[in-house]
Design a protein around this ligand. Sequence first.
Ligand code: FAD
Length: 548
Amino acid sequence: MMETFDYVIIGAGSAGSVLTNRLSEDASTRICVLEAGPRDWHPYIHLPAGFIKTFHMKSVNWAYNQEPGPWTGGRSIYAPRGKTLGGSSSINGHIYNRGQRQDFDTWAQLGNRGWGYPDVLPYFKRLERRVGEGDETYRGREGNLTVTTMDWKDPLCEAFMEGAVSLGIPKNKDYNGAIQEGVSYCQRTIQNGLRMSAAKAFLHPARKRGNVDVRTHAHVTSIIFEGKRAVGVRYLRGGKGGVPVEVRANKEVILSGGAYNSPQLLQLSGVGSPDRLQSHGIEVRHALPGVGEGLQDHYAPRSVARVKNIRTINELRRGLNLWVEALKWATTRRGLLSLSPTMVYCFWHSGETTESSDLQLTFTPASYKEGVQGELEDEPGMTVASWQQRPESRGYVRVRSADPLAPPIIQTNYLVEELDRRVVVAGMKLARRLLQSAPLAPYYAYEDFPGPNVQSDDEFLAAATERGTTTFHPGCTCRMGPVDAKWAVVDDQLRVHGLQGLRVVDASVMPRMISANLNASTLMIADKASDMIRGRVAMEAVKFPEMA
Ligand SMILES: Cc1cc2nc3c(=O)[nH]c(=O)nc-3n(C[C@H](O)[C@H](O)[C@H](O)COP(=O)(O)OP(=O)(O)OC[C@H]3O[C@@H](n4cnc5c(N)ncnc54)[C@H](O)[C@@H]3O)c2cc1C
């Protein structure tokens, strides 16, 4: 007999983990969670500096490659994605950054009721256990997700922040508080020197409840429909070459496969643009042209300077130094191995738009070969990555074929909009000014990338085209919006338009890119969705003084 659950959740990533936790609070509810990847046992997942290893580790990473775009100099940019319990939160850079008030207010203005900043703030708070500074209006203290502040006080980081102040950028005690703008050490999902993934914070505690069945190496290949109602899913037990299995959902199928895989799975199941599906021989179940369209991401060139008179992480991770650091981590849970790939965050204006700060810059006292995270350079270096917070360019995710195991076509169309090109160039120029600021002068040897020959806007743009990479923030491929918006895939309850028993809950439902890395807001989306699914009243919106 076919196994039947109340809910089948596809993907145990950031969103899937939160959903599992919240839905399983109702003891009589039975939940099946299907995850294509393995359990999250690998030590590199839990050791923060293990980021650099999992970045390319195919056993826990989908390791996609994007299509070359018109502004990527013919390059196909690498796109890692977590494939294990915790999903991308198990391989990400640990940064905790929610975004600006205006981001969520814009979602609401697009016709999504209940998604303005006052509505979503209570969920951000409910999820987190902030350790350290934070105004109680904005920060939570009792959630499962521990958020700490970088505890590595590095002279180069300090000099970078002083450099920012010398350029008129103020220090900000909490970029997740009232105002994002300014410079500070970053906030991280790290506790006692170990990664706080969504699996650790939400999924694993839920598994102890007894009403949750988490299946790993379970690659979902399609959603099963009866008419317009989703009633279950098909998956391959053991992944590629595995045994096909079906499970049923009494109440709902919830798709939390992430911004690349969720639209792919909808298309494989016959939901999408009819012409495109038919061209791959996929039978059309439901015409919904917005599926996979609208992909957005942050595009970041990384400016690198050579460093003198001080050690950088490049040298610390070699030879005897590494042993010293390993010992330090083993005894104190601090030091190099507890570090995230970026340490200082800076939010500022490009001058190209009149809205709130539109640039995000990160600083690391380290540098990577070819400017791509994954392999540190041998000589001392420091890096400023800079990106536009709210790009306008949009791309797509489309099936390559009807084969569910084939990677999807990912075209982000970075920089196709002129505004995006202007803001990215402004970001690189600010990165140069920051690296050349007086407080960093004792350590600054020379600029390696883009290099002194790059002076004009066109030269900066050419450099950005040559070396920019993803910041790993794909979203907006199953956008939330009203039924009459032709791009919309889900309504503001995250139900797929025109179908029953099916929701999408993950980073793909964002209608528009936000001014942040996407983990925090994806967790928030899932927490808010859990109240909708359980039929509970939404948390009370925060009343700010100016709204009274
Ligand atoms: C290298 C990297 C660094 C990042 N750094 C940061 C950072 O520092 N801070 C931050 O806020 N954000 C960061 N991000 C982004 C952030 O982690 C993601 O935006 C967020 O985790 C997305 O959550 P999600 O639930 O949408 O998808 P995911 O967490 O990716 O979860 C999707 C899950 O679904 C599973 N799945 C997919 N398809 C199937 C299928 N067919 N069958 C079964 N299972 C399936 C996947 O294996 C995965 O476990 C980073 C991401 C990466 C990859």
